[in-house]
Design a protein around this ligand. Structure first.
Ligand code: G1P
Ligand code: ZN
Length: 552
């Protein structure tokens, strides 16, 4: 029974004079500066559009939580009061508003919710001068489909008022039940359900055995949402020493850092593993807990390789012991997983960038694992990528195989060959310059076939277009591809998630199964491709940058 009840709150209708114009269509949410979100009626307008668009709002259950960044709890309060005004029957949120994206996906599925609203700008920085975001997930637990986000967008174009109840903010400091008008607000611990799910997937006893041996690990939560999950998981349940979790307290501005688990933004962790001898395994997750970076001593695991290794070793994880239905990767992700899928005799799908495309394949039971080069890996257990799940997969495999991370990699490459891979990001460049650069290459594409790049003949050059194998829908313009005869590839995309200027992403891939060439530095192995595309795309001249901001 509810522990507290508001006296019947009144519903207010607030008129908006300035139209809401800048939600980008086709994205699963809204990501903008915190300042923008603080401007009058901005957050409220977007929430109104969501509540008007999602199916089943009236009488339905909604999951709400976020990564703890600046603006998190204010947004939860606004959503609670607007949901009550829109007739939601039950809203489930979490203590201190902390809920990782994969945990939200699980709650949506396990509580039969109509969907969820996740407050996060993922790996973007937070705080009053950072970014904030509102993501919308559907009833399958995954990012809302393109048709829903397009509908939300069109609703924002005509919206001129929103509904909200007048009630004081509910305390999120401890679990409990509250009533706002007719709506039940359940505040639950956002960690319990997720960790219970992990215990069903993995053999915790085995992992505990590994961590209790001479196998010190370090996890960096980057002061973001995974801190409380990781402390409970690694220290309380798996008995790792308390120092195993770094930066485990969520902070509104992530301690001034950038909660993106890559070699640039998690450089302290990278340094501990790549240059130190204290730890055998290191990992980090991003702001909202869906991304992961895996490191071994002296060894960085490229995310594309990580997906391939997880696929090749999935049978060692209890939940996947019976084999995989199939796998999928985003188009720019390397073909390392394709080689494993071929060996296993299972399907391997190539989808556009973004998790929502995996959702249809997962829902149709066509795949079990999927992943992206951008540090995202996941499985059918939820409909989002899942950072801590990926870390547990690695630990389970290490516990079974009783070897080091770098041995796993070396064995993998000698068995399947190595797909050298790198992504070069040019961040915060002038948006017009980026568009001009991209359009120029796009115009060149039809003429590139038969030409040479990095000494190789170009076999195909196009703009990736995807036909969904389940619903037949077609998604165009998903990235410029230059495919070479020796199976090397270069992909060019403009980011859809950056908030400052434009971000150009250049993805480079080259395969070898020559035993003498399996342990080169990636940048060295890809040198001629890098040079070739820089010249062809006039990248340095047009971005005004001599080198990328982030190299992965
Ligand atoms: C980036 C990644 C993409 C990922 C998305 C959300 O998008 O590249 O793989 O799905 O973040 O985490 P982008 O900025 O490239 O559009
Ligand atoms: Zn994220």
């Amino acid at each position: 029974m509810p522990t507290s009840a508001e006296s019947k709150p009144s519903i207010q209708t607030i008129a908006i004079n300035t139209p809401f114009t800048d939600q980008k269509p086709g994205t699963s949410g809204l990501r903008k500066s915190s300042k923008q979100f603080e401007s009058s009626h901005y957050l409220e307008s977007f929430i109104e559009a969501i509540l008007k668009t999602l199916t089943g709002v009236q009488g339905g259950t909604l999951i709400v939580g976020g990564d703890g960044r600046y603006g998190n709890n204010r947004a939860i309060d606004v959503i609670i009061r607007m949901a009550a005004a829109h007739g939601v029957r039950k809203l489930i949120t979490t203590t201190n508003g902390i809920l990782s994206t994969p945990a939200a996906s699980h709650l949506i599925r396990s509580r039969d919710a109509i969907g969820g609203i996740i407050l996060s700008a993922s790996h973007n920085s937070g705080g009053p001068d950072g970014d904030f975001g509102v993501k919308v997930n559907g009833s399958n637990g995954g990012p809302a489909s393109e048709s829903v986000t397009n509908e939300i967008f069109s609703y924002t174009q005509t919206l001129n008022q929103y509904k909200i109840v007048n009630a004081s903010a509910i305390s999120l400091t401890s679990p409990g039940q509250h009533l706002i008008g007719e709506m039940i607000v359940e505040v639950i611990d956002g960690i319990d359900d997720y960790l219970a799910l992990m215990q069903k997937i993995f053999d915790f006893e085995k992992i505990r055995g590994l961590l209790n041996k001479d196998f010190p690990i370090v996890f960096d939560a980057l002061h973001a949402v995974t801190g409380p999950y990781a402390r409970r998981l690694f220290i309380d349940i798996l008995n790792a020493p308390s120092g195993s979790v770094r930066n485990g307290i969520p902070l509104e501005d992530f301690g001034g850092g950038h909660p993106d688990p890559n070699l640039t933004y998690a450089s302290k962790l990278a340094d501990l593993l790549l240059n130190g001898k204290d730890y055998c395994f290191g990992a980090a997750c991003d702001g909202d807990g869906d991304r992961n970076m895996i490191l071994g001593q002296g060894c960085f695991v490229n995310p594309s390789d990580s997906l391939a290794v997880l696929t090749a070793n999935a049978h060692l994880v209890p939940a996947y012991a019976d084999g995989l239905l199939g796998v999928a990767r985003s188009m720019p992700t390397s073909s390392a997983v394709d080689a494993v899928a071929k060996d296993l005799g299972i399907d391997c799908f190539e989808t556009p960038t973004g998790w929502k495309f995996f959702g249809n394949l997962l829902d149709a039971n066509r795949i079990t694992l999927c992943g992206e080069e951008s540090f995202g890996t996941g499985s059918s257990h939820v409909r989002e990528k899942d950072g801590l799940w990926a870390v547990l997969c690695w630990l389970q495999i290490l516990a079974e195989r009783k070897c080091t991370v770098s041995e796993i990699m070396t064995n993998h490459w000698s068995r399947f060959g190595r797909h050298y891979y790198s992504r070069h990001d040019y961040e915060a460049i002038d948006a017009n310059a980026a568009q001009a650069l991209y359009s120029r290459i796009e115009t060149l594409l039809p003429r590139l076939k038969g030409e040479k790049l990095a000494g190789n003949t170009i076999k195909q050059a196009d703009n990736f277009c995807y036909q969904d194998p389940i619903d037949g829908s077609i998604t165009k313009n998903q990235g410029l591809r230059i495919l070479l005869e020796d199976t090397s590839r270069v992909i060019i995309r403009l980011s859809g998630t950056g908030t400052k200027g434009a971000t150009l992403r250049v993805y480079l891939e080259k395969y070898t199964n020559n035993k003498d060439e399996l342990s080169l530095d990636s940048q060295v192995a890809l040198k001629s491709l890098i040079k070739g595309i820089n010249v062809l795309g006039e990248i340095h001249e047009r971005t005004g940058m001599n080198q990328p901001t982030v190299i992965t």
